[in-house]
Design a binder for this molecule. Sequence first.
Ligand code: GUN
Length: 301
Amino acid sequence: MTHSSPTQPGKARLIDGKAFAAQLREDISHRVADFKNTHGIAPGLAVILVGSDPASQVYVRNKIRQTQETGMQSFDYQLPAKTPESEVLSLIDQLNQSPDVHGILVQLPLPGHMDEHRITEAILPEKDVDGFHPVNTGRLSIGLPCLTSCTPLGCLMLLKAELGDLSGKEAVIIGRSNMVGKPMAALLLNENCTVTVTHSHTQNLAEHCRRADILVAAVGRPEMVKGHWIKPGATVIDVGINRIETASGESRLVGDVAFNDAKTVAAAMTPVPGGVGPMTIACLLHNTLEAAHRQQSVSTI
Ligand code: GUN
């Protein structure tokens, strides 16, 4: 399945994450229908939102809508910002025990009085569709089957569709977050790439980037990666989604990569918006279906 436009000289192919995600969701819908026929229940995803962060509310609304559109069951919990941590922990406990719920997601960030790690670790690893539980991150790092963080999983799917076998490629990741940079590094190592993870203390960042056959930018800094940082012919995955104000006072979304410059050097790259962004929820649905299958076959994770 390829979802990229043809190459023109000096112009990168655009990797169409929006189309790829739509195809993935369609495949998932068919597999959900098969699951229902076989097991007599729908895969179920519970989403917990604590507080009223506007960006989180948009993400959660989209997650719930797309869950329902694929025929899965959605359980939606919207709690006030002041909810005690113990109440969230007992809700998670109840969802851990529910046979109707195969996946549990607690939207981050959480209000300041809550411990993100304690909440994440309360979710059963086999229901941890975000792939944030230490059992899942540990299994990922030693190459065992696991539930994998959705955004890096989406990036990997796009890379494999674009490049096929990734063995031996030089991969450079900008950013070492637990949600994207670190799991992306583990996924690419498992694909036999030579992986460099760069971060805010890295010296000569541009030099590292110029060695990359695969460059993944996940720093959250608008257009930080310049065209001359990119190796000619590289594949560039831009995870950043930054809202900036233009000279005319309007706002628009840009990635972490200076798109217009980069596209004259790279062989292929993801646009912002319409690149990595749509893959995150599609991979959440993929993980929920995967979790439901494993729970029906009584798997150990
Ligand atoms: N906040 C921003 N992205 C994510 C995500 O992928 N999962 C969760 N749980 N929270 C988020």
